[in-house]
Design a protein around this ligand. Structure first.
Ligand code: GDD
Ligand code: MN
Length: 325
């Protein structure tokens, strides 16, 4: 299938220390894209010789192979930030996002775009869990289990937006660039596709099954830290889509209310203890119980709800809190 002028393609490849993979990747992509108007754009955050390797390899092909090399403070958002930088850089109609380590077979890249054109979809996800897909290339059973859990968690959090997507964790997909508002994306770290789904209502989704391969060379950059970041990210994404720009304030109010509810419990317990167990006067018991619940509320609020930068010492904040109470 040869595509029309309005179907130009850019393959965005985020890379971090992948020098051993560049040549094979570009060779296989170049072959499978054959006569298409398609460029390859690396967005690289490497600290090794990967950018040099990309420039060398680029010279060996007729196809346009471009490089954005981000250094130091420019490496915002890690992998997700790199993908967004690529999406902003190109004006192609279709952008394919894929890993640079050949775990995503380059031959599937073009199929994602033709599927999008044939079905009218906005996003075509290369899925490990659809059709003939498989996740066998995941490094370990632990990694596979974590990935499965992450997928379930995402689908529970966004049941409607992810209804047609079996693999929201996939880092391999094609997107019709005009269908997403790039200014709304705030990708951090690994889960770019999820960010696109969460921030874009009414996306038409199609899928192509694929077999997740073993890494060609080098090592994975996924980490426990990425995993923990993921859970937090999911929660704040959900809050953002419900409450829009007010989501941070809403989260604080909800936290404050939750602490208040536990405070009522603490107050009742203290009252019962002082009045019924210690047999003190009811008025004295009420005053003491109030001190207990105020202190309780202060500690939880100060530690869990207002976690940002704080003014004054803990004691002065406590005094202010107690007076207001
Ligand atoms: N520019 C840039 N900056 N690229 C990065 C960064 C970064 O900070 N971190 C990783 N990359 C690149 C890698 O060089 C590679 O090309 C790609 O992003 C994926 O990174 P890997 O380290 O190979 O990730 P993985 O194989 O563990 O995870 C992949 O599979 C997951 C599914 O299990 C990714 O595709 C995930 O997005 C996907 O969820
Ligand atoms: Mn990988």
């Amino acid at each position: 299938m040869i595509l029309g002028d309005r179907d130009s393609i850019c393959v965005v490849v985020p890379t971090r220390n992948e020098s051993g993979n560049i040549e094979t990747l570009v060779t296989r992509l170049d072959t499978s894209l054959s006569d298409q108007t398609a460029e390859i754009l690396f967005v690289d955050d490497s600290t090794d010789t990967t950018p040099d390797r990309i420039r060398e390899v680029a010279g060996e092909f007729d196809r346009t192979v471009r490089l954005i090399h981000r250094t130091g403070p420019d490496r915002t958002g890690g992998l997700g930030g790199a993908v967004l930088a690529g999406l902003r850089e190109t004006d192609a109609d279709w952008v394919v996002v894929m890993d640079g380590d050949l775990q995503h077979p380059p031959e599937v890249a073009f199929e994602l775009v033709t599927t999008g054109i044939a079905t009218g979809a906005d996003v075509v996800v290369a899925s490990r869990y659809a059709g003939t897909g498989s996740a066998d290339g995941l490094a370990s059973p632990v990694r596979a289990a974590v990935s499965g859990w992450a997928t379930t968690l995402a689908k529970v959090t966004f049941p409607r937006r992810l209804a047609d997507c079996s693999d929201p964790m996939s880092g391999f997909f094609a997107v019709r660039r005009s269908s997403v508002d790039l200014d709304r994306l705030r990708p951090q770290g690994f889960k770019v596709l999820l960010e696109i789904f969460a921030r874009t209502p009414r996306l038409q989704v199609a899928e192509v099954g694929f077999e997740f391969q073993d890494r060609h060379s080098g090592e994975s950059k996924a980490s426990l830290r990425e995993g923990l970041l993921y859970a937090r990210r999911l929660a704040s994404l959900r809050a953002a889509t419900i409450f829009g720009r007010r989501s941070a304030a809403v989260a604080k109010i909800a936290g404050f209310a939750a602490v208040g509810a536990t405070g009522i419990l603490a107050n009742s317990l203290a009252l019962w203890f002082v009045f019924s167990v210690l047999h003190l006067d009811l008025l004295v018991a009420a005053v003491l119980a109030t001190q207990v619940s105020t202190t309780w509320n202060f500690i939880l609020t100060d530690r869990l709800v207002f976690t940002g930068s704080k003014r004054g010492s803990t004691w002065s904040r406590f005094l202010g809190f107690a007076v207001v109470n």
